[in-house]
Design a protein around this ligand. Structure first.
Ligand code: F6P
Length: 497
């Protein structure tokens, strides 16, 4: 059956308060508990009819078969001719791929044991260089879960701007620093330049064998060896693990080292639990599917151009930027999997921030601006701090009150003081922020992206959009490039010609 969007596009937008008034079971119907996370979509405009219409569209788009193909290790990234096997990293996939991932994880664990036994000499700090998916995931994990750990100091440096690297140099002693070079392709110019500069810093500070302190995380092990990393310190992962889906692979090495192996395994197990939920649950009680249906309702029916996750938890402050890559690099596409124009909006622009800070900065627009922005609150019942209870109480109550205010609004005689209300939000309430729950949370977002992509008929797993800019920067680097007058002038003004 061909995908038919007409039923979706004709879905009504019944005011949220009316939806609650008309259906005493609304909260129950639109909330779920999975893997230590309570999901509440009751303050979105999803209705039973809308879910049924999206489930029908999912059937027409072959979601179940495509989900099986994903987990079965079939070639679902057709433009690059690859399987997509990040789920195998957490034990959910075809047995051969799972076994291969286990082998890679065993290798990673053995190296971690060796480092802990000081086989590479004393190590106090980890300087991880990588960019995009080779940085955002490890950074999120270490920032969220590593606060209590005093095992190692970790710096994740991505930007080619030397300021970023120099900040790490100020913090670290070169004699006790491990350089971790994370790059799936082992060709990314920013990462290779940063890695070279770290080696130079080590040499300048008297480290005798800087290459002896390098670990490579890559799907191109030959390139890492060619670059000078000893084969025993190359931690490979499969080509079929995409960059923005790679934190479960050896790209998660700094987190596994800084948090300890048990924590890394907990992370994988949390993700596997979400995978099983996604694979086995009917669509009307399937967390990634319901979230994707809400995403598509707002982009396709209501014309929402953005969505905004707000982490009401300092430990998850890097989550919005992690989600930006995951969602925008995956589904920011203009053509279908068959190469035809999609003919409808694809991914919303993901932005967001941290609560309560964001309330005093950007929430004005959310409450009274002219844009429709579906908001997502992510919070944890268990606090991350040990201060007076009042801190966490205020944090959570603020998150919940914002959702209520967006929905309820307030009428006043003065239009400037009126709030229209009927503004949607969803809430993800975690029992706690630990490795297992974070694994489940990230896997939830991955599968949500997948469902969005399948329903839109696009390939979520390539990223050709980033190539042109890279090519032109390389051409300029070589003194070439056929640039327009504005760009030529900028290059000249900066003395780069
Ligand atoms: O330029 C985009 C991208 O290819 C991302 O998809 C990827 O996560 C990042 O660059 C880093 O790539 P690599 O791991 O190969 O250095």
């Amino acid at each position: 059956m061909a995908a038919d969007w007409s039923t979706i596009e004709a879905l009504p937008r019944t005011p949220l308060l009316q939806l609650f008034a008309e259906d005493p079971d609304r909260l129950k119907t639109f909330s779920l508990d999975v893997a230590g996370i309570h999901f509440d979509w009751s303050k979105t405009h999803l209705t039973r009819d809308a879910v049924a219409a999206f489930a029908e569209l999912a059937r027409a788009q072959g979601l179940a078969a495509k989900r099986d193909a994903l987990f079965g290790g079939e070639v679902v990234n057709v433009t690059e001719g690859r399987a997509v096997e990040h789920t195998a990293e957490r034990g959910e996939g075809n047995p051969e791929s799972v076994a291969r991932s286990r082998g890679f994880h065993d290798r990673m664990r053995a190296l971690i044991d060796a480092i802990e036994a000081e086989a590479l000499g004393p190590v106090r700090s980890i300087l991880h260089v990588g960019i995009g998916g080779s940085a955002l995931g490890p950074d999120l994990l270490v920032d969220a879960l590593g606060r209590e750990s005093d095992r190692y100091d970790v710096a994740i440096v991505s930007n080619v701007d030397g300021v970023a690297l120099e900040e790490a140099f100020k913090r670290f002693d070169p004699a006790t620093t491990l350089l971790v070079v994370a790059s799936k392709t082992f060709t990314t110019t920013e990462t290779m330049l940063n890695a070279t500069s770290v080696l130079q810093w080590m040499t300048e500070h008297g480290v005798e064998d800087p290459y002896g302190r390098v670990i490579a995380l890559t799907a191109s092990p030959d390139k890492a060896v060619e670059w000078g990393v000893d084969e025993t310190r190359v931690l490979p992962f499969s080509e079929s693990v995409g960059g923005r889906y790679s934190l479960w692979s050896s790209i998660g090495f700094p987190a596994a080292l800084a948090l300890g192996w048990d924590q890394f395994e907990e992370l994988l197990e949390g993700a596997a639990e979400m995978d099983r939920h996604f694979r086995l649950s009917a669509l009307h009680e399937n967390a990634p599917a319901l979230a994707a249906f809400a995403d598509l309702y707002y982009t396709q029916v209501c014309g929402a151009e953005t969505r905004a996750p707000f982490a009401y938890d300092e430990r998850l402050r890097l989550l919005p930027s992690y989600l930006q890559q995951l969602e925008m690099e995956s589904n920011g596409k203009g053509v279908t999997i068959d190469g035809q124009p999609v003919g409808r909006p694809t991914a919303a622009i993901t932005w967001g921030g941290v609560g309560t800070d964001a309330q005093h900065a950007v929430f004005q627009l959310l409450h009274q601006g002219t844009h429709l922005v579906p908001v997502e609150f992510i919070a944890s019942i268990e606090p991350g701090d040990t201060l007076a209870e009042e801190h966490h109480r205020q944090l959570l109550l603020n998150a919940f009150a914002q959702g209520a205010a967006l929905m309820k609004g307030k009428q006043a005689d003065d239009p400037a003081r009126s709030y229209s209300g009927d503004r949607p939000s969803s809430t993800l309430l975690l029992d706690t922020v630990d490795a297992r729950t974070l694994g489940a949370l990230i896997a939830f977002y991955e599968q949500r992206v997948f469902v969005n992509g399948v329903l839109l008929g696009i390939n979520s797993f390539d990223q050709f959009g980033v190539e042109l800019g890279k090519e032109m920067a390389k051409a300029a680097e070589k003194g070439g490039g056929d640039f327009d007058p504005s760009t030529t002038d900028l290059i000249a003004r900066a003395g780069l010609d």
